[in-house]
Design a binder for this molecule. Sequence first.
Ligand code: MG
Length: 355
Amino acid sequence: MKSTKKAVLLITILLLTLFAMSFAGPKWRIHDLNRPNPVIINPGTSSTQDKPGLPPSDAIVLFDGKDLSQWRSMDGSAAKWIVKEGRMECVRGSGYIRTARNFGDCQLHVEFATPTPPEGSSQGRGNSGVFLMGIYEVQVLDNYDNVTYADGQCSALYGQYPPQVNACRKPGEWQSYDIIFHAPVFNVNKELVKPAIITVFQNGVLTQDHVELMGPTNWLRRDAYTYHAEKLPLSLQDHGNPVLYRNIWVRELPAPGPGEKAPRATYTLSPETLKSYTGSYSMGGPNAFLKVKLENDELLAAVSSDDFNPIYAETDTKFFSQKINLEFEFIVSNGKVTGADIWVAGGKMSVKKME
Ligand code: MG
């Protein structure tokens, strides 16, 4: 009997605690003066037809009219689009271009102008595209007085969702996209747990309202999601039409709070460069070694174990782990990878690449 009473008392205390916890409320009290204020930024200025505006002070500028330093061809070689008079122009047949840097969740601002006088019709007129993560397209098209299918309109999530309205300006006039993108989320088994979500404003008008994408963009087909990295380059489409771009900037989301650091930038290198780092490295002894392999276009490294983790490029030769305090610098001599320096929690070891 005594033990039953004790058990009842314990259960009552437990239930009361859970009840109290459910009313614990958020971390901050209403109007809490200890709550940090948001970081102060300069919001920049709006563009006019004659002049691009200034980006917000915390944006990463991808194109300010000067050069293509932030852009590459898809294989990692120099971008072949042309820059003149403060804008870049898609060169027919030169291929898509992508950012050197990787992005996941973001706010992206892009300005574009379709060719004037217009040439071609339907999908053949002023076609390009903004690809989030190089995979999910917001269509760019001259849709001013140009009929095409609904899910291929300017501002469409191509092949999936037409825009809410056709908010296009005339060919040759500058138009803007303000895109809010949330990358798809995959679990440790590389299965999709949350689809990508896109919101688009074209020329300040809402055209896509927090839309869940069905999967990657394709033509005449809808593919299921397949696993990819958390961050990948943004790309712009070469669809054979000389579409112009200017004033491109991006803000990574969420913006860092007070006292928080912006996430470390990662870059996508060419597949050949990544491949050149794969293999086994040794210090001579059995306990200090490095193994590097490529999987799903990601470079994975295992230090003195078989526990492979993704490593991310910071420069052409410097990599880091986001999970463990590990830094890598591959040593390239006469175009050949000969070894690597590894910093394990700050302590350095050097390994030589095995033939
Ligand atoms: Mg397109």
